[in-house]
Ligand binder design. Structure first.
Ligand code: CTP
Ligand code: CA
Length: 219
C-alpha cells in the first residue's frame, strides 16, 4: 500500500497574514510610508492557500495581484490594519504579521493641503501607532499562533529575540535588511526563524520558495 502526501495538508486551517506598507496621511495629498513591496506577505498567502489553508490577507497599498483562493482585505493606515487584524485574528488559527507597519502617524491630519510657508524648517508631531501583532498575541481568548517579522540592520538575531519576548509571539522571522539582496522590494530573501526553544536558518532564495519553507516550518 502506498501512502501519499496530501496535496492540501493545511485544509481546515485558517491563516491571517498582513502584508505591505501602511500609509499615514499628513494632509489630503501627502503621506508617510516605507519601501515595503508586500511581496513576502503575498508569497506567504499564496503558499498557504496552495497547501489548502483558508487564507485572509490584510494588505496595505501595494501593486500586486491577489493570489489564487485568497480572501483580501485592503487597508491604508496602521489604524485601519489594526482594526481589520483584530476582527479576523479571533477567527484564525495562525496569524503572520508580515506588514511593515508605520510606527508613527501624524498627531493631526491637516484638512487642507499644507502650505509651504516662509520658514526653512517644518516640524511634524508624530504619535505612535498601535502595535498590531502585540495586540493579536495578547488576546486573552481565541489567540492564534502568532508569527512576526523583524526587519533589522544590526544585531539582527538579538533584536529579533527581544521582539519575540516583548510582543509575546510564538515565532519571529529575523530579516537582515542591510543585505542588498534581501528584504524590502527584492525578489529574494533570507530569514532566520526564531522561537522559544530553537531557531532555523532559511537561506537566500526566492520569496515563493522561502514562503513555502516557512509555512511548512510553522505547521
Ligand atoms: N508590527 C505591528 N504593528 C506595529 C509595528 C510593528 O504589528 N505598529 C509588527 C510587524 O508587522 C512585525 C513586527 O511587529 O511582525 C516587528 O516589526 P518591526 O518594525 O521590526 O518592530 P518594531 O516593534 O516596530 O520595532 P522597531 O521598528 O523599533 O525595530
Ligand atoms: Ca517598526
Amino acid at each position: 500500500e502506498q501512502t501519499l502526501m496530501p496535496a492540501t495538508p493545511l485544509a481546515g486551517l485558517r491563516f491571517t497574514i498582513t502584508a505591505g506598507p501602511t500609509r499615514e496621511a499628513l494632509d489630503p495629498v501627502r503621506y508617510l510610508s516605507n519601501h515595503s513591496s508586500g511581496k513576502m506577505g503575498f508569497a506567504l498567502a499564496a503558499a498557504a492557500a496552495a497547501m489548502g489553508a483558508d487564507v485572509t490577507l490584510i494588505s496595505g497599498p501595494v501593486q500586486l495581484a491577489t493570489p489564487a483562493g485568497v480572501k483580501r482585505i485592503d487597508v491604508v493606515s496602521a489604524e485601519q490594519m489594526h482594526q481589520a487584524a483584530l476582527k479576523v485574528a479571533v477567527q484564525s488559527d495562525i496569524f503572520i504579521g508580515c506588514a511593515a507597519v508605520a510606527d508613527y502617524r501624524a498627531a493631526d491630519v491637516a484638512t487642507n493641503k499644507l502650505k509651504k510657508g516662509a520658514s526653512e524648517q517644518l516640524q511634524l508631531t508624530l504619535v505612535k501607532n498601535p502595535d498590531i501583532i502585540a495586540a493579536v498575541a495578547g488576546l486573552a481568548k481565541q489567540r492564534p499562533f502568532t508569527v512576526g517579522f523583524a526587519a533589522e540592520t544590526q544585531n539582527v538575531l538579538s533584536y529579533a529575540r527581544q521582539k519575540l519576548l516583548n510582543k509575546k509571539l510564538d515565532m519571529i522571522c529575523a530579516n537582515d535588511v542591510s543585505q542588498p539582496d534581501a528584504g524590502f522590494n527584492s525578489e529574494q530573501n533570507a530569514l532566520t526563524a526564531l522561537w522559544h526553544g530553537g531557531e532555523q536558518v532559511l537561506g537566500l532564495q526566492t520569496k515563493a520558495a522561502l514562503a513555502a519553507s516557512l509555512i511548512t516550518l510553522i505547521y
